[in-house]
Design a binder for this molecule. Sequence first.
Ligand SMILES: Cc1cc2nc3c(=O)[nH]c(=O)nc-3n(C[C@H](O)[C@H](O)[C@H](O)COP(=O)(O)O)c2cc1C
Length: 218
Amino acid sequence: MTHPIINDLKKRYTTKKYDPNLRVSQPDLMVIIEAMRLSSSSINSQPWKFIIIESDAAKQRMHDTFANNFQFNQPHIKTASHIILFAHNPYYKRENYAQVIEQDIKNQRLQEDQREQAFGAYAFVDLNTDETGNNAPWTKAQTYLALGNTLHTLARLGIDSTAMEGIDSDLISKEFAIELDGYQCGVALAIGYHHKEQDYNQPLPKSRLTTEQVVQIL
Ligand SMILES: Cc1cc2nc3c(=O)[nH]c(=O)nc-3n(C[C@H](O)[C@H](O)[C@H](O)COP(=O)(O)O)c2cc1C
């Protein structure tokens, strides 16, 4: 199939070695940030924070979180252009959804007198919250929508990336405790440009299960 979207998605792949000399431009970074912010989430909850690691000092802190585990991903931290932490709120509450509703009113999507009615959608949060108030599986799932949206955006921009679940969430929670402010990071994304000679993954053909294996049209 030839289509610009399909071509972009076939070209994107998981980079295993970055060129340390190449950096994502500020205009491209602004597009990526705006695409992340525009990501869809259940009831528009947006239970996330996106922490962008750009400076050498922040990269050193992130690098140090690989002290115990997942060292195969560690080289990306200093060679990629940026690392993005996708963090979720493990205890999403009514006050968090109230912020969304206030923003809806500001953006004139809702009228003032629809505020209480809008809280009806919060039933979805209750359905996904345990007796301790934890709803991390649900909020974490929302961050993957933002991740997918970001991967597609990067494909369109011709920027390489590596999604990384191979990260030490506990050490990240400690190292970035102030910035995370109680949120948890379950997945991160390195972005940049691949090393022309040393990225073994780049020349490999794309491989997926067949359409027949994963799609049924009824
Ligand atoms: C949520 C998620 C987590 C991943 N974690 C890692 C990782 O920690 N390290 C890594 O090298 N690749 C990681 N990958 C890359 C996948 O292995 C890769 O996307 C998959 O094999 C498909 O290959 P492609 O991205 O090159 O098309 C991850 C991908 C996703 C979507």
